[in-house]
Ligand binder design. Structure first.
Ligand code: ATR
Length: 275
């Protein structure tokens, strides 16, 4: 246990609620490991108070914060500047405060991509089929397009998927009912819906059309092995789980606030899961 000094660097997770967030444990692990004089704290901010709260954090000398539900879109509005990925995804998950200004980043997509690659999967192997059109989908699609991967999206509500084409041009939209038939034409399948998460309905999908080289990724991490990933593994397909996205998205923010270069490894994974 180390103690803070008056020069401690401060960051945290803004959301409502935040009591279930794994981020304080995740960043706390790295702070401890690198002996940083700093703290990463939960910052519960009720909807309607986000602008004032961020202003308060800026004035209180915070280095920045992460953003989780329901504030990812509101956080976009409080920024003085946003990165290209935030602009494309229409949301930010990381804020950095510098000389009174608020800079917004979206590290969800790069975190997801980094995690996928850590499992030896090649995101550029061919076109990707993304299920869902919420915030996570936008971040994943933005980063895939950024590295030149053609993306098709299937969402229960087709209009929501079509609205994405405004900031993500070139995106192909298909009906939700066509998801099984479309699998054969894609090298990567990504579930970004909440289906398959503990307490939610299962994701109904058939991998019968998958080519042997297909990669299947799920952003759900509770359970760690979703029914989708279990099915894919049983068929000998490559898989990428959801917890790694959370771990990898945190690296960039941590570096910007605290100056160290943390790594994602099995010890971190086990520590976060144990909390
Ligand atoms: P996030 O920001 O974490 O991605 P979200 O914005 O709530 O979360 O998005 C959830 C996604 O899961 C959406 O694409 C949603 O589809 P709709 O746009 O039709 O709502 C999808 N989803 C949730 N429940 C679903 C269900 N029962 N069947 C199919 N898709 C579902």
């Amino acid at each position: 246990m180390s103690f803070l000094t008056g020069k401690a660097l401060l960051a945290g997770i803004t959301g409502w609620p935040v009591m279930h967030s794994k981020s304080p444990r995740l960043h706390g692990y790295w702070l401890d490991k690198h002996g940083v004089d700093g703290a990463y704290v939960p910052l519960p901010i009720a909807p309607g108070h986000y602008h004032e709260a961020i202003k308060g954090l800026v004035y209180a000398g915070f280095r920045g914060c992460n953003v989780t539900a329901p504030h990812k879109l509101t956080a976009f509005e409080v920024c003085d500047s946003v990165c290209e990925m935030s602009h494309k995804a229409g949301a930010v998950n990381t804020l950095v405060f510098e000389e009174g200004r608020v800079h917004g980043f979206n590290t969800d997509g790069f975190g997801w991509l980094q995690n996928l690659r850590s499992y030896g999967c090649d995101p550029n192997a061919g076109p990707a089929l993304v299920l869902g059109a919420g915030g996570a989908a936008r971040a994943v699609i933005a980063v895939l397009q950024h590295i030149g991967v053609p993306v098709t999206v299937a969402n229960r509500t087709r209009e929501t998927a079509e609205a994405l084409t405004r900031t993500l041009p070139g995106l192909e939209v298909i009906d939700w009912d066509r998801r099984n038939a479309a699998i054969a034409d894609h090298a990567l399948l990504v579930n970004t819906t909440s289906l398959g998460m503990a307490g939610n309905p299962p994701l109904e999908i058939s991998l019968d059309g998958a080519s042997p080289g297909m990669t299947v990724a799920d952003i759900v991490y509770a359970p760690l092995e979703t029914a989708l990933l279990a099915d894919a593994r049983a068929r000998g397909l490559r898989t990428s789980e959801g917890l790694g996205m959370l771990l990898h998205q945190a690296v960039i923010g941590h570096n910007k606030w605290f100056g160290t270069h943390p790594v994602v490894d099995d010890a971190l994974r086990a520590f976060v899961l144990a909390g």
